[in-house]
Design a protein around this ligand. Structure first.
Ligand SMILES: Cc1ncc(COP(=O)(O)O)c(C=O)c1O
Length: 361
């Protein structure tokens, strides 16, 4: 069992291993959050929402679900608001278990919570590994998994590789799954950073065996608020609603869903930041001699072909005040890679300077 922290975003949990303390000056590249920060109006709106603390939230979060339904082009009955993407993952596993699922396949390396959620609900897990230098999913093995398992979990774009499984393969997997009673659970926590035409939402109209999981944490840089949702076939979502703890999302967070989704200017600023910054950072890292997996989202998985292990680069960066994400708990990576978030130009430059120092020392 890996004794490194399971998730990024808490620098002190890693820095203490190197005898360092986490000051405010640590640049955290270990959590994949939009570096533009939450929309500027959010703090004021939060204060205004405080009056809602004295009443119970609507148990069905109708206004939030209607807002999501308008954005996604779905019926409100196809959406369930959740306490972050994390609760969406556990609800998906709970639904599968309720429906009698015994065996799930998780496409690896990926976010650790799918496996944890399955095991929590007594579902046995097998791994299907992404292959080659660009971490591709083999189509025939993916289709076999849809024939043989009760459910397949995958992340799109995938954490930590940043890669995006082709729409066409997903559709073929769904068609096979439809014939064999297999559910495909796709975590789209980072889909907001990808062009809208790559989304799987239109497939919900044709495939009742598809569950899509979303997080509002990443794009809006609000991990502390805990907002996410599940989208699926109406009857699956109804069952999920029955499995969910009552009032799982607080009223302040729920009240922010509609204004967040309406802030198109924020979305455009985030997309134009990423369009400029990711290719630039990737190019600079490659110029420094690092291997970088081509990413479709807001983080990069990298490796140094040199003789020194990536654990040494992780420590070097930490000593320079830059925290990267270790990969010890990603099946198939086992610490041999590092993941870094794409941040602002100034912060990315600091990362590059620290890596330059490493390459030349
Ligand atoms: C792929 C993926 N899904 C879901 C989550 C959980 O997101 P949330 O903060 O919305 O629970 C994370 C968090 O790191 C993640 O990386």
């Amino acid at each position: 069992m890996c004794d490194w922290p399971s998730h990024g975003g808490r620098p002190e949990q890693v820095l203490h291993r190197f005898g360092l303390t986490a000051g405010s000056e640590v640049l955290d590249f270990s959590a994949n959050l939009n570096p533009l920060g939450p929309p500027p109006w959010l703090a004021e709106r939060l204060m205004a929402c405080l009056s809602e603390l004295s009443v119970y939230p609507d148990p069905d979060y109708t206004a939030a679900r209607e807002a999501i339904a308008r954005t996604e082009g779905l019926a409100p009955g196809q959406i369930r608001l959740t306490n972050g993407g994390a609760e969406a993952i556990f609800l998906a596993a709970a639904l599968l278990a309720k429906r009698g699922a015994c065996r799930a396949v998780v496409v690896q390396p990926t976010f650790c919570e799918y496996e944890r959620a399955c095991r929590h609900y007594g579902i046995a897990v097998q791994h299907l590994g992404l292959e080659g230098e660009s971490f591709e999913l083999d189509g025939s093995r993916a289709l076999d998994a849809m024939r043989e398992a009760d459910a397949v979990f995958l992340c799109r774009p995938n954490n930590p590789t940043g890669t995006l499984i082709a729409f066409d393969l997903i559709e073929r997997m769904l068609a096979v799954g439809q014939r064999h009673g297999t559910t495909l659970v796709v975590d789209e926590a980072f889909i907001d950073f990808v062009t809208p035409d790559e989304r799987l939402t239109p497939l919900l109209a044709r495939y009742a065996n598809l569950l899509l999981l979303r997080s509002m944490t990443k794009l809006y840089a609000i991990p502390g608020l805990r907002l996410g949702y599940v989208m699926g076939d109406g009857s699956a979502v109804e069952q999920i609603a029955r499995l969910q703890l009552p009032w799982s999302v607080n009223s302040v967070a729920a009240g922010l869903v509609e204004p967040l989704l309406e802030d198109q200017g924020y979305l455009q600023r985030a997309q134009s930041w990423l369009d400029g910054e990711r290719p630039w950072l990737q190019g600079e890292l490659e110029t420094l001699g690092l291997r970088v997996v081509p990413s479709r989202t807001n983080f990069l998985l990298l490796q140094d072909d040199g003789a020194r292990p990536m654990s040494a680069l992780l420590e070097h960066l930490a000593r320079c005040g830059v925290l990267a994400r270790h990969t010890y708990n990603f099946t198939g990576l086992e610490g041999a890679w590092l993941r870094v978030a794409v941040r602002t130009r100034q912060e990315n430059t600091q990362l590059l300077e620290a890596i330059t120092h490493w390459r030349t020392s």
